[in-house]
Ligand binder design. Sequence first.
Ligand SMILES: Nc1ncnc2c1ncn2[C@@H]1O[C@H](COP(=O)(O)OP(=O)(O)OP(=O)(O)O)[C@@H](O)[C@H]1O
Length: 301
Amino acid sequence: MIQVRGLTRRFGDTTVVDDVSFEVPPGQLTGFVGGNGAGKTTTMRMVMGLLGLHGGEVLWDDRPITDADRRRFGYMPEERGLYPKQKVLDQLVYLGELGGLAAGDARRTAQRALERFGLADRAGDRVEKLSLGNQQRVQIIAALLGEPQALVLDEPFSGLDPSAVDSMVDLLREETARGVPVLFSSHQLDLVEQLCDRLVVLRAGRVVAQGTVEELRSRGPARLRLVVDRDAGWVRDVRGLHVVDVDGPVAVVELAERPSPAADHADVRRALLTEGLARGEVVELAEVRTPLAEIYREVTA
Ligand SMILES: Nc1ncnc2c1ncn2[C@@H]1O[C@H](COP(=O)(O)OP(=O)(O)OP(=O)(O)O)[C@@H](O)[C@H]1O
């Protein structure tokens, strides 16, 4: 498990990472999100020991992390870091050897991964001849060589086409299935929502929310979707709720802040149902999930 405790970093007079603490548990995909300049890359660089700390510490399995621990991490830097002139497979073998693999093992692992990403026929091309998306695929293969004990990936999905996103998702799931903690940053909240087990939200260098997507969701108001057989505009007159949207017979409403995650606002549900039935038919009344993008907007506002 990667543990980040009170991490702090300044550039000049500006504190860009401010007392940041979170954990990346084994076998879980932890999404790291935040707007441009929130401090994600800076935090990841400190985790990887590429940038000095002005406060706090990074732990690996409850003890201060060492360079030897980090050598067994797979890291995908934001600025990427491939040598443009070197051939794809040669480069992967070289990086695999740097990570401690024997040349033969590095070659076999790299070839398998290139096949998986549909790049086997590009193994002999120089990296610079590949499209940016394909260079990115090579970069992730490099991070995964040699069965890393943890993964720290800075925007691994940016620039990937849908099929490469799918391959990447499968790969990350395989890594977590073998117990690896994975930290990845992303601006693609739909992907983060679908993929990650846990989430750390950063705003202006500070953690403003963390937990499972469900935990974050349950902090906000519950949301119901009501479908009736005629115009649903009357929901605006029902007490104890906030109308998010009414579109003909379909209304989406939010109930007041939940006193507890289990609270179900039975009284408001009953009022909606009674009123709906008094006016016609109720086709549907069900809780809907608040999209992560909206939760994100709320916590970073
Ligand atoms: N070497 C540096 N010197 C000065 N300021 C820096 C340096 N590196 C980062 N910063 C500043 O630190 C802040 C955090 O940057 P960082 O790259 O960590 O954010 P981020 O969350 O990764 O953003 P993005 O999503 O845009 O990549 C920004 O204001 C950035 O300009």
